[in-house]
Design a protein around this ligand. Sequence first.
Ligand code: ZN
Length: 84
Amino acid sequence: MDEDGYSMEREQADFDQAELTRLGERAAALRRRGVCVHGWRQGFTEHMPEEYRGRILPGYALCLHCGKIDTVAALDAERDSLLG
Ligand SMILES: [Zn+2]
């Protein structure tokens, strides 16, 4: 790869890292205010722990921070609207 390609790739990586850091800080600030962005989830799998069986159905996930169970799409939409 030429030097320009490398520096553009590095610039993109720096941008991605800055964006991830920004989202992480925003999520932490929301959590301190008691608002959950559902960032730690247990989804449905064949091998999920016994305690989740019958509670989490295919297409749904349990947020391990706040305990909310909803469709993955609904949890994603709520997270996206909070993190903007
Ligand atoms: Zn949550």
